[in-house]
Design a protein around this ligand. Structure first.
Ligand code: FAD
Length: 387
């Protein structure tokens, strides 16, 4: 779908592809096997000027939107899922900071992000509310010119590696309604942060999605994003759309990688009794055709949703919600089918395809989950309140 991208976006994608092949793909096995955060990938992306993808041009970034996020993240995911996830979360947190950035936040965070000197991430999830991240329960209180946060977050991607975290809390106003929350930027060097046990995920093993304890963390008032209690606006205008596009692109990239591995296997694996490659077997040709169509339909859905999101078309919302659902269903089906087509050897080696299959499984359970997204989509179509 290159022809539908701007020249600048085509260049950015070509740059990403070069970085992915040279500096990300070669470490993907190690990142998964040893569950190490993809530091070299993130450094290479920073050196290539890609970390400021969503930073406005006025602050030195690329000023891209959802389409840019999809094109770049998908390209990274074809090389390494964990790198794509860490990059995607960085971009989503960047979009949250940029949405209503004050001059201080622009200077201090966005310009550093654009210069490749600052990695950020999202710390929204809590064990108690689980996937319902939009009803944060972490308390926030005012103390002079600072806010104080006490609570425990779970699954913080790039945990203990990022330079800052966008943290959600309840509003400090005691009269705030249930579900109202505020977002603040918490610097990684705050002394009151404690990282919980290391991440040992089933997949996405380079993610470092760790628990984080915040004990009386003092955050300057200038680190509040927008106004206190702006839950609806942040969740539905920034967090959800950018997150859903980043995740859809990640899982689309994984599905494409599985498809490419399958094609390579069918072409190279020869049966000795017939001398034929697997590629010559009609039943496998049919399956490959179906896999290709499934991935292609997903790509068209995801790119179209991103384009609608960027142009603010009225029907963008259900498309954006369903993108991650379509990507999740695609990637789980396609990696599963790929493992069948690549036979016992792919299963025995517990190698690349097995990794893609494990990484794919995070798609349904990352919030907003498939269950929640289908509800939101139906409510959006029915004109009902989303929450
Ligand atoms: C690899 C990975 C990376 C992550 N990265 C981050 C991150 O960077 N930042 C962050 O904040 N969080 C992150 N998360 C957390 C994630 O977004 C979810 O919050 C988390 O997976 C919820 O886990 P849980 O066990 O509490 O699930 P539960 O909430 O207990 O869900 C269990 C099941 O119940 C369903 N369910 C729950 N509530 C509802 C509902 N209201 N309606 C319908 N069905 C429902 C779910 O769909 C799911 O199938 C990450 C998670 C993973 C796996």
């Amino acid at each position: 779908m290159d022809h539908e991208l701007t020249d600048r976006l085509r260049d950015l994608r070509a740059t990403t592809d070069r970085v992915a092949r040279a500096a990300i793909a070669p470490h993907a096995i190690e990142v998964d096997r040893d569950a190490v955060w993809p530091e070299r990938a993130m450094r290479a992306l920073a050196d290539a000027g890609l970390m400021g993808l969503l930073v406005p041009r006025a602050a030195g970034g690329e000023g891209q939107g959802m389409l840019g996020l999809v094109a770049v993240t998908e390209t990274i995911a074809r090389a390494c899922s964990s790198s794509a996830m860490c990059f995607g979360m960085h971009c989503v947190a960047t979009a949250v900071i940029a949405a209503k950035a004050t001059p201080f936040q622009r200077r201090h965070y966005l310009e550093a992000i654009a210069a490749g000197r600052h990695v950020t991430s999202l710390a929204l999830s809590e064990a108690g509310v689980g996937s319902n991240f939009y009803v944060a329960q972490t308390p926030l209180r005012r103390d002079g010119d600072a806010y104080v946060i006490d609570g425990v977050k779970q699954f913080v991607t790039s945990g203990a590696h990022a330079d800052s975290y966008v943290v959600s809390t309840i509003a400090s106003d005691p009269n705030a309604k249930a579900g109202e929350f505020s977002c603040l930027i918490v610097d990684a060097d705050s002394p009151e942060l404690t990282w919980l046990e290391p991440w040992g995920g089933f997949g996405m093993r380079g993610n470092s999605s760790r628990g984080l304890r915040l004990e009386g963390v003092r955050v300057p008032r200038q680190n509040l994003l927008g106004e206190e209690g702006e839950q609806d606006w942040y969740v539905f205008e920034v967090v959800a759309p950018y997150f859903l596009m980043a995740m859809s692109a990640t899982y689309l990239g994984i599905a494409r990688a599985a498809l490419e591995l399958t094609i390579a296997h069918l072409e190279t694996r020869r049966l000795s009794h017939s001398g034929e490659a697997l590629a010559a077997l009609p039943v496998l040709q049919h399956e490959l055709a179906e896999m290709w169509a499934t991935v292609e339909k997903c790509a068209r859905f995801v790119y179209d949703a991103a384009r609608r999101g960027d142009t603010g078309l009225p029907d963008a919302q259900p498309s954006i919600f369903m993108s991650k659902v379509v990507a999740a269903e695609t990637v789980v089906a396609v990696t599963n089918q790929a493992l069948t087509l690549c036979g016992g050897s792919a299963y025995r080696d517990n190698a690349e395809l097995a990794r893609l299959l494990r990484d794919a499984r995070a798609s349904h359970v990352m919030a907003p989950t498939t269950h929640i997204l289908k509800q939101w989509t139906a409510r959006s179509l029915l004109g009902l309140p989303l929450l």
